[in-house]
Write a protein that binds this ligand. Structure first.
Ligand code: DX5
Ligand code: ZN
Length: 232
């Protein structure tokens, strides 16, 4: 199952409800919410108050990408703000196992993100417990950056490893994704796609539909990522 997760970071903040409504009606599956602390990444974005106030205007799955040092400190607060899925960075958690357990014990889905240069082998032992792995295709911190091609090799290797171990793992990619390059990412085995600029710059509904048209073509053809993951 292929899922589009528009990243709100690139939206027009004067009209969050309108922008969220547009991508929801056009068929997006998740809403990707980038929380940045100015420490793990250079920039600061938004946090709990923004999440809780937009929670009432949409039924989209809240996919919260925590670009925060030691995100374990905030799991309860992020849950209260409306998260369905919390993604933490491997590089930001000294006790990753504890943080993943905290998320799942709170009743939420747990994902772990890897920066471009972090090898997938760091997740070898915890992999069966994860709902999703996020392979960053840019260095986290800003929207509008260029896709880093070698991250595709990580997706291929991770999908092969998940298949070898019989894991129905969601593999997400985030950064520099467009309707033009997403086909290649599906072929590599990813199935959840974050897009900020490519959705919200211009007509968000039309841009969402462009992604979904590509998804339909790959789903019809039964390509790798299109058959993978997709936990409800
Ligand atoms: C980057 C964020 C992304 C960002 C993607 O650190 O994690 O979610 O919003 O933006 P685009 O799609 O513009 O690369
Ligand atoms: Zn993100």
């Amino acid at each position: 199952m292929l899922i589009l997760a528009p990243s709100l970071l690139a939206a027009d903040f004067k009209d969050l409800a309108g922008q969220i409504g547009a991508v929801e009606r056009a068929g997006a599956g998740y809403l990707h919410l980038d929380v940045m602390d100015g420490a793990f990444v250079p920039s600061i974005s938004f946090g709990m108050p923004v999440l809780s106030s937009i929670r009432s205007c949409t039924n989209l799955v809240f996919d919260v990408h925590m670009m925060v040092e030691e995100p374990g400190r905030y799991i309860d607060d992020i849950k209260k703000a409306g998260a369905d899925l919390i993604c933490v960075h491997q590089e930001a958690c000294l006790h990753l196992d504890r943080t993943v357990n905290q998320i799942q014990e709170a009743g939420l889905k747990a994902a772990v993100a890897l920066n471009p240069a972090t090898p997938i082998s760091t997740l070898e032992h915890i992999l069966p417990q994860l709902d999703m792995v996020l392979i960053m295709s840019v260095n986290p911190g800003f929207g509008g950056q260029k896709f880093i091609p070698y991250t595709l090799d990580k997706v291929r290797a991770l999908r092969a490893e998940a298949n070898r171990r019989g894991l129905n793992l969601d593999i997400q990619m985030d950064g520099g994704i467009t309707p033009e390059n997403v086909g290649e990412l599906i072929e590599a085995g990813a199935n959840v796609f974050v897009a900020g600029s490519a959705v919200f710059k211009g007509d968000a509904a039309a841009n969402t539909r462009r992604f979904l048209e590509v998804f339909e073509r790959y789903e019809a053809a039964g390509t790798a990522g299109a058959q993978a993951g997709g936990r409800p």
